[in-house]
Design a protein around this ligand. Structure first.
Ligand code: ADP
Ligand code: MG
Length: 687
């Protein structure tokens, strides 16, 4: 491990942030909060937390947590940094993401998702375990990073107060005799392995890291915190626009990729597309043309297509980062995951569809759905910048210059476009009694707040006065979306917690578990036919888990996964998630999770409605479905086993907006079940 670390050192020292190391450390030393701006690939995420770990700011042996909006980023960065430091993952460097914790008492630098850090606040309100919080990818303005920013302002003040009170007590001789952070810790050598609660209080330093946009907003929010700008190695990027609007961006992307390959110098191509469907479809088109290309232009070399999106199994994701083989040009087809959070070496060409899939709150239903939207100008600039990391590059925008100029300047923060049930439940559970008075960097819409409060009331998480209930506290302590937390609580009343913990664990990884390239989609559907259940997709998932668990050996289980086009890695993640959920349920004393409904689907469906009552739709006389409350049309997604089946009512996990509003992961229910299991105020609206 040490040799590997030595091998990596020269490369690290050449990164732009190394030039700013002293300035950054001095900035953190002298200020409560600093903002660090640098381009993607400058070394912010991997290097700056290491600088801090090796410093004695704000105390000897400081403990650092660095947040990431994405799970893949947190886990892969921890691994990389652990290698760079010559240590084993989970020792000095670790990570915590939902359902997966590789950290220990020895961990001094932890990468965590913003959601995981928020969850820690429920037990450690002032984040006393940490001396420095690094908020990374702050420009993404993810819901949870925004929530952390709001909380951290108060936490920083409370930590100052604690230090002051401690020192005053010490002056009066009241301080408890504990090892001091200063000399005693130094005498302990580098061994920072002391329980957090035996440490003296420290002030909390905050480092906000962002790609080069929007510095002033962060600085204003954190009381004029200084902004440190690290000059990156940006080369020239030649911009090309479409001369007229493109009716079919996938087709335009296909042509552009082949034109680049035919006419332009070597270098990999990074194509930004909105989502997995477009990625699969473009991958299939490119691959379909390859035999022709190799026949007609054998000297040109071939194209290697590698998809990249968050829900792709990790082993497949790794292919996008692997070195390009000789005589080959790699074409990475990516969602906006590659916009700022990951660095892909070798890219000289960027093709930008100008689109991204974003979560959006469905006004009226309170439901989040994934919608394809135009990106902002600042996103478009970030995307273009990915072509100029190592040498001069090219960016092809598949939209006109006029369209670019018409784009929003910057993206809308997530807090202003998604359902606020999770956010508000956590604000309340963390002692923020008035959700309107929270430090929002950008205030969400008042109606969205009110709607979320009503939903939480419907879920029994809030009482009539908007105060959090005992049920609400339990929900906040389950590492699940409030709706699914409520489903788990309902499963105890329905007598099926065993099945429901299986199910929510499965739902957490269902995309990684079941996603297959479009080329083998029909084969996969055929192989999985034996698991189909008349009640629909949820029970089918449970059937699959049962079949898998009936097998004993690891090899048998792996073979089963291959036969049924299931990701084995994702299945292991499901078992892990379930284990953690069971432990959590025991710790919260919610009841005996081993209680089971056996083969009975009714209790499971009843429990689902107990949380997902707002995700139900009723069949109309003309055969279409309409949302129970709003009467908006909803169609069953073609990938559902209930597609084209005639059932009176459905309950579903999520809506996806494409050409229509599709319900994904659907189960068949009876309208009377909605009336019986949904909260009174909702059930009343059923005619
Ligand atoms: P930033 O956060 O500023 O975008 P990073 O710290 O993520 O930059 O990455 C800095 C550099 O470290 C990258 O340009 C890349 O060369 C290297 N790097 C980061 N992660 C990995 C990894 N997992 N494998 C190989 N190289 C990596
Ligand atoms: Mg980074």
């Amino acid at each position: 491990a040490k040799e590997e670390a030595l091998r990596l050192l020269p490369g690290r020292k050449a990164l732009p942030v190394w030039g700013g190391k002293d300035a950054i450390l001095e900035g953190v030393q002298k200020n409560d909060t600093v903002i660090v701006l640098a381009d993607t690939g400058s070394g912010k995420t991997t290097q700056i937390p290491q600088f801090l770990v090796r410093s004695s700011i704000p105390c000897d042996a400081p403990r650092i947590v660095c947040t990431q909006p994405r799970r893949v980023a947190a886990t892969s960065l921890a691994k990389r940094v652990s290698d760079e430091m010559g240590t084993q993952l989970g020792g000095l460097v670790g990570y915590t993401v939902r359902f997966d914790d590789r950290s220990s008492r020895a961990t001094r630098l932890k990468y965590a998702t913003d959601g995981a850090l928020l969850a820690e606040m429920l037990a450690d309100r002032d984040l006393d375990k940490y001396d420095v919080v690094v908020l990374d990818e702050a420009h993404e303005r993810s819901l949870r990073t925004d929530m952390l920013m709001g909380f951290l302002k108060d936490i920083q003040q409370r930590r100052k107060d604690k230090v002051r009170a401690f020192q005053a007590d010490k002056g009066k001789g009241k301080a408890r005799p504990s090892a001091q952070n200063g000399e005693a810790a130094a005498a302990n050598g580098a061994n920072g392995d002391k329980a957090a609660d035996s440490r003296d209080p420290t002030e909390l330093k905050i480092v906000v890291m962002s790609a080069t946009i929007d510095a002033k907003r962060f600085s204003d929010f954190f009381n004029n915190a200084p902004v440190l700008y690290v000059q990156g190695r940006q080369h020239k990027v030649a911009m090309h626009y479409a001369t007229e609007p493109q009716p079919d961006f996938c087709d335009a992307a296909l042509k552009t990729v082949f034109q680049i390959h035919n006419k332009l110098p070597p270098g990999d191509i990074l194509v930004f597309l909105p989502g997995q469907d477009e990625i699969d479809s473009l991958a299939a088109s490119i691959n379909a043309y390859l035999p022709d290309l190799e026949k007609t232009k054998p000297n040109l070399g071939t194209l290697l297509v590698t998809p990249l999106y968050a829900k792709l199994p990790p082993t497949d994701q790794a292919k996008a980062f692997a070195p390009t083989p000789p005589n080959t040009r790699k074409v990475i087809l990516s969602t906006n995951i590659a916009e700022t959070s990951v660095t892909i070496p070798g890219v000289r060409f960027v093709v930008d569809s100008g689109l991204a899939k974003e979560k959006r709150y469905h006004a009226g239903t309170g439901i989040d759905s994934l919608v394809t939207e135009s990106i902002s100008q600042s996103s478009a600039k970030q995307r273009a910048g990915r072509a100029g990391r190592e040498a001069d590059g090219y960016c092809f925008r598949l939209y006109t210059e006029a369209s670019f100029n018409a784009l929003e300047k910057r993206s809308q923060p997530e807090i202003q476009r998604v359902s606020l049930t999770f956010a508000l439940l956590h604000l309340l559970a963390n002692g923020q009694d008035d959700v309107f008075k929270f430090h929002y960097m950008d205030r969400p819409d008042k109606d969205a707040i009110i709607y979320a409060m009503m939903t939480l009331h419907g879920l029994d998480a809030l009482d009539g006065k908007g105060r959090i209930t005992a049920v609400g506290r339990k929900m906040a302590n389950l590492p699940l979306d409030p709706v699914f937390a409520r489903v788990v609580l309902a499963s105890f009343a329905e007598g099926c917690p065993r099945e429901m913990l299986d199910l929510v664990a499965l739902l957490g990884s269902k995309d990684q578990l079941l996603s297959v390239p479009s080329a083998v989609r029909d084969q996969a559907t055929a192989a999985r036919q034996k698991f189909v259940h008349r009640s629909g997709d949820h029970l089918m998932l449970l059937n699959m888990l049962r079949a898998y668990e009936e097998l004993d050996g690891k090899d048998e289980r792996k073979a089963w996964c291959r036969e049924n086009f299931v990701s084995h890695k994702a299945m292991l993640a499901v078992l892990d998630a379930r284990k953690q959920l069971r432990e959590r349920v025991e710790r919260l004393q919610l009841g005996d999770w081993e209680a089971t409904a056996g083969d009975e689907p009714e209790p499971i469906l009843n429990a689902l409605i107990g949380g997902l009552f707002a995700n139900t739709a009723l069949r109309q006389e003309d055969g279409t479905y309409r949302h129970t409350l709003t009467k908006q049309p909803v169609a069953i997604h073609p990938a559902s086993t209930l597609h084209n089946k005639k059932i009176p009512a459905i309950v579903y996990d999520e809506l996806v907006l494409t050409t229509r509003t599709y319900a994904r992961t659907v189960s068949a229910i009876e309208p009377t079940q909605i009336r019986a299991k949904a909260p009174a105020m909702f059930a009343k609206s059923l005619q």
